[in-house]
Design a protein around this ligand. Structure first.
Ligand code: MN3
Length: 257
């Protein structure tokens, strides 16, 4: 949609450092998506990120539930377009960027386009990893989606934000006020060993390097406009009803291991 213009405006240095942060931690966070309550308990990292070693390319992972499973919070039509078109587009863009950079290294491309393709790489890799975390970070209410976290994650949220309600408010406000297209995140900051709420613009900008993404909500208009139009805050409220807290707890445990 706005992918071309917005991604090109990015500083390459930011792109690469952010890419490194999200790439590594994104993959780590997806390391063992399987959990006792996850609908697909045998999913491994390679399957989740759709990395095909034979083809040396990424493939679009399937949704871990039916397209209409998150109704009424997220409608089936939005899920179809979002997953099959938008997420698929990021996977395609990521593979194209990797191919182009490979060609340049093989002296079959124009070295003058390296900055262009590095920016594409950062943007589309961010898009692919973000969405992979997004789908698996949600679950139908019938499968335990929504409610509040329990255990060590609940304790950490109380410690770092005061209470679950204060966290919920701050997380929704941060996501609601992302300028333009982007994401709201709950992340683990490994140096202070604490939780942070952060904003992300586009698919990668503003993300703090080293932080481990735990819970992300997509606030690009394509994520909510069909059902909620311009009411981003209402969409965010509904998103809280389908958060897969056992999976977020699992990522939190993995980040601290
Ligand atoms: Mn999206």
């Amino acid at each position: 949609m706005h992918d071309e213009a917005t991604s090109d405006a990015m500083d390459r240095r930011t792109a690469m450092s952010t890419m490194g942060g999200m790439g590594v931690v994104g993959a780590a966070a997806l390391g063992s998506v399987a959990s006792a309550t996850s609908p697909r308990t045998s999913v491994r990292t390679e399957e989740m990120l759709g990395w095909n070693k034979q083809k040396m390319a990424y493939e679009l992972p399937e949704l871990p539930y039916a397209y209409d499973a998150l109704e009424p919070s997220i409608d089936a039509k939005t899920m179809h377009i979002h997953h099959d078109k938008h997420h698929a587009g990021y996977v395609k863009g990521l593979n194209t960027a990797l191919d182009q950079l490979h060609s340049i290294r093989m002296e079959k491309g124009d070295p003058g386009t390296i900055q262009f393709w590095e920016r594409k790489l950062s943007f589309h890799a961010g898009g692919h990893f973000n969405h992979s975390l997004f789908w698996t970070g949600m679950a139908p209410e019938s499968a335990g989606g929504g409610g509040e976290p329990t255990g060590t994650l609940a304790e950490a949220i109380r410690l770092d934000f005061g209470s679950f309600d204060k966290f919920s408010w701050a997380f929704q406000r941060a996501a609601a006020t992302v300028e333009g297209s982007g994401w709201g995140w709950l992340v683990y900051e490994p140096h202070a060993r604490r939780l942070l709420i952060t904003q992300m613009e586009n698919q990668q900008k503003l993300f703090i390097p080293g932080c481990v993404p735990l819970l992300g909500v997509d606030v690009w208009e394509h994520a909510y406009y069909l059902k909620y139009q311009n009411h981003r805050a209402t969409y965010l409220q509904a998103f809280m009803d389908v958060i897969n807290w056992p999976e977020i707890q699992r990522r939190y445990d993995e980040a601290r291991a």
